[in-house]
Design a protein around this ligand. Structure first.
Ligand SMILES: C[S@@+](CC[C@H](N)C(=O)[O-])C[C@H]1O[C@@H](n2cnc3c(N)ncnc32)[C@H](O)[C@@H]1O
Length: 242
């Protein structure tokens, strides 16, 4: 379902609610206000806090996003507040929405950090749902240390966001963080189940109880099956004494 198909009254109620949350407790980082608007259906203030904390701790050089909006401005401003050169590449299927977000970024003076790649959603053989046809253009900007997935829209309980991890896997650094929003929904749970099935020990993490639920999963370096294990003498002595 497209948000535009919702009755205008419902959208306006949601927007008023979001505005109230922003006035109550606007997310900040080192005293810098991270957000000055909310997207209806986008991330909320605690998710902004979560992303800002991850950016502060991990200091990603490049961020990749599916579905721009409030999150894009918040992550770009967090990087700015931290004095980092981080750039963001964000994939969007809707040209009109991309224009709205670009305008917001310009107004916030953050446009030089962010490239919004507009790509139609298209079916691909072997994949049940349409996804960003030109994802390769975004992947070419990598490698990325953080992947934030909040698009394409998927409110029908289907795992529409599943392609993000396999299609971007090779464009992610070892240790990269993958964050999937709307994590409590059946479709997003199914995405994670499928990723775990595919990547096994290469993916580690859990669902964080933040607003709509955030899956925070880390890409692990491949295990080295033939690596020699060296045991220090004191370990052997200690083990012998047991
Ligand atoms: C939930 S939004 C992305 C939100 C973004 N990450 C944020 O934090 O604001 C996911 C997708 O919904 C679409 N979208 C956002 N606002 C919309 C609106 N008012 N009407 C229709 N589609 C919208 C965009 O295509 C976007 O990629």
């Amino acid at each position: 379902m497209n948000l535009r198909s919702l009755p205008a009254a419902l959208i306006s109620v949601a927007a008023r609610g979001a505005g109230a949350a922003l006035r109550r407790r606007p997310p900040t980082l080192d005293g810098v206000r991270l957000v000055d608007y909310w997207t209806v259906g986008g991330i909320g203030p605690r998710t902004v806090d979560f992303l800002a904390a991850q950016i502060a701790a991990r200091r990603p050089r490049r961020i990749l996003e599916c579905g721009p909006g409030t999150s894009t401005v918040a992550m770009a401003r967090a990087a700015e507040a931290l004095g980092m050169d981080t750039t963001i590449t964000s994939l969007e299927h809707d040209e009109a929405w991309a224009a709205v977000v670009r305008r917001r970024l310009r107004r916030a003076g953050l446009e030089r950090r962010v490239e919004i790649v507009v790509s139609p959603l298209a079916a691909r053989s072997g994949e049940p749902f349409p996804w960003y046809r030109d994802a390769g253009r975004a992947a070419a900007r990598g490698p990325f240390d953080l992947l934030f997935i909040d698009g394409p829209p998927a409110i029908d309980g289907e795992p529409r966001r599943w392609p993000a991890a396999p299609r971007f896997w090779d464009a992610l650094t070892d240790g990269a963080l993958i964050v999937l929003d709307d994590g409590r929904r059946a479709g997003e749970r199914e995405c994670v189940r499928l990723w775990r099935e595919q990547f096994g020990a290469g993916l580690e993490g859990d669902l964080a109880a933040v607003e709509k639920g955030l899956w925070a999963l880390e890409k692990r370096a491949p295990a080295m099956p033939d690596a020699e294990v060296v045991v220090a003498p004191w370990v052997k002595r200690a083990a012998g004494a047991l």
